[in-house]
Design a protein around this ligand. Sequence first.
Ligand SMILES: Cc1cc2nc3c(=O)[nH]c(=O)nc-3n(C[C@H](O)[C@H](O)[C@H](O)COP(=O)(O)O)c2cc1C
Length: 352
Amino acid sequence: MILPSDQGGGPGNIRGQILSYAVLAPSPLNTQPWSVLCRDPCGIDLSLEKSRLLSHIDLESRQAYISCGAFIENLDIAARDAGYTADISLFPLSWPGAIIDPGQPVAGIELISDPGVVTDPLFAWIETRHTNRTIFKEEPIPAEILSTLADAAEQPFTTLGFSSDPSFRKEVAGHISDAVEVTLSDRYRLLEFLSWVRILRGSTHPHQDGYGMREAGLHGIRGWLSLFPLRLSPAGIKSTKARELLLKLAKKQAESAAAFGWIATKGNSRYDQVRAGRMYERVHLTAASVGLGLQPMTDILEPYPGMEKHYRMVLDLIGIPDTHTVQMLFRLGYSDSCSRSRRRAVQDFFRR
Ligand SMILES: Cc1cc2nc3c(=O)[nH]c(=O)nc-3n(C[C@H](O)[C@H](O)[C@H](O)COP(=O)(O)O)c2cc1C
């Protein structure tokens, strides 16, 4: 498929097409925190855009780096489809640390024309993949589908697991609900959340980032009914009412999971986070290819005060040693698909 390009023709045109697929990657609250510098003749530097980081929710920018991994995976797959190999060097200029320097790219990528490159069938699912926040049906996931997902991705020092065991699901769902409560109990986190998830502002969502009520899983008559009291409530208590609604929704979402999946890494370096993001994107694309809904539920992975005990319990339940870090936790299940969140135009990502 030919997408709008960044430049008139030649390599720039291909680069624009490939980037159009890369920006369809998932990112926390759809912040799309990427910035891209195009180098001649066909190079791309990917960096993080500081103004788009979630300073209260994603305290250590771990989620932002995971989203860079997902961006790189999409880019790699789309490059193959266009007949190019993407030669990817992570952190080409310096060892990454806690502080983010936008001048130090997360990845330097060279696109090399390669007529013999092997294409990836997951390309077909880049435009379909989306986070599904609807309540899943009570329909079990066949074991062979879970093993297809388990085979979807391989990254060094990164593990992927799934469980659909009913008592496991019940316990994990309980901890996830408690974790969302911890997250939203902090006013700054709640306000940051509501500045990207625009459920207080009516049914239309004209923004090219964040998401609205439909993508949040509040659509149809049920969604409208649950948002109605919120709309009527006085301005001073709107965010408190929104919090109550979000807690109820998260509980229902977690309880309707037909299975949970997780990605864990041995360390927790920026390399680990990017690798986990690449793996996550492959799992999500594979889920899309088999018609399975997927929603990350990652509050529990954040080091907010009061979260540690829930995180430890989940580590115990999934049998991951506490020397490891769970980078992604997600629920899976069947439901009618919900709408996709939007993206900014590719040109908006270019650093001038
Ligand atoms: C690291 C990371 C963490 C995420 N955590 C959550 C989460 O806790 N709850 C949720 O509903 N979505 C979560 N998401 C999904 C994003 O909100 C979603 O990718 C974004 O809104 C773009 O939508 P899309 O995935 O439909 O393209 C997460 C995504 C990433 C990359």
